[in-house]
Design a protein around this ligand. Sequence first.
Ligand code: ADP
Ligand code: LRH
Length: 504
Amino acid sequence: RQPAAFAAVDLGASSGRVIVGRVHDDGAGPRVGLHEVHRFPNGPVPVPGAGGTTLHWDVLALWRGVLDGLRAATREAGPLAGVGIDSWAVDHGLLDADGTLLGNPVHYRDGRTDGVPERVFGVVPAAELYARTGLQVQPFNTVFQLVAAQGTAQLDAARRALLVPDLLGAWLTGEQVAEVTNASTTGLLDATTRTWATDLARRLGVDAGLLPPLRDAGELLGHVRPDLAEQIGHRAPLPVWTVGSHDTASAVVAVPATGDDFAYVSCGTWSLVGLELPAPVLTEESRAANFTNEAGVDGTVRYLRNVMGLWVLSESLRTWHEAGLPAELPDLLAAAAQVPGLTTVVDVDAPDFLPPGDMPARIAAAAARTGQTPPRSQAETVRCVLDSLALAYRRAVRQATALSGRDVAVVHLVGGGVRNTLLCRLTADATGLPVVAGPVEGAALGNVLVQARAAGVLSGSLADLRAVGARGLDLVRYEPDPAAAARWDAAERRLWGTGDRGGV
Ligand code: ADP
Ligand code: LRH
């Protein structure tokens, strides 16, 4: 049988990519082969405006990247069985009554939401918001962005808010929806019923009419408009399927786990660290530990915490590059592997690491604040970042298991961080658990798996999809070094004064 080919559009905070996933069966059961056909850069663009500089996304460059990628996918694979789009969460475009986009979406690292969560909690207490939406407090949650925009001419003119993948999907098909995995990152979705919490929106002065109809992952969104299909050279009707449109939801679909006793680190610009659960954990302890209950595919819950991620490293590299210092990632990682570990650790989740800027200086300041010797070289700085990330993963895994009662036997690491073998090894040592690393393009694989099931090419449960995905992967397993355990315990105590349950 001819393999069915799907195009996964996966937009990360540092690059967008279009990947062709071919589902074929050579007699040993279906498997997926991925091939990247287009990659384009993505990142924050500062734009001056009346109220100061605002960080935006360049949504038109992303749109062009999507069309170029779909053209490349069509050229490579011939008629496609579908397209699915996923991206980073929370950010959105506002459309007017004619359906026209009102300006470039604002980047979640923009400072416009500073102080907004506190203002919101004055109207709806944080405990009440958590009990309903199950969402961790991040200043950039969509609800805080919408409150921050109140009183602007743009929001006044807006009749619809579309999350980034839904906006691109609407441009492709004309259909305006909100896919539920990404909708769960807005702070306006009820975590239990998975319907819009319109009453909360109303109390916060957010027009509930902005919120489009909800759709689950794995439905037919529509077909690519004929004029666009012609532009990309696709002659047959081209279906667009809803997928886990939150990139993390798609990445979790692709975790090659065989049971349910696993934790995951979806490791890219951010590191999303947690568990897959059948139901949300909405307790006060969970709120205090700032765990989120995001919607996963097939009714699952992604119980996780955002760890600041490889952003801290990529911003360090950018800072060094601009200063004319050597900034080649492979060289710096090799050097970091040679310097002593756990000399200095910082809390990477501190708010100062969120906005773009001079990360090495911020790391040095954080070290000094906690009475530690600041890193003295680039290699020591990189080692400090990786040790600190691994320590944050350890804490998140241990807290998630304590708060949910779910035991884990393995940590799956997926995303670009799989290529960072030092980080994978440190994660095994820090968590005291084996780490299985791969796939690198987790979100794209999860995107293809869900499309293929929606199109009838695959069938079965999430576990069945995972088994299909795993068949095509080269995975690397890292065993923890038991001799390192005491040093990680000591590092955790040094930073947070907590023991081995991560302070829960
Ligand atoms: P996102 O989806 O958020 O854009 P990715 O999953 O593509 O992120 O991961 C990007 C990160 O992967 C980079 O910031 C970098 O730290 C890491 N990475 C990419 N290539 C390599 C490599 N060759 N060696 C080590 N790390 C790498
Ligand atoms: C990762 C991610 C993460 C969100 C953040 C805004 O790409 O989607 O899950 O919290 O971006």
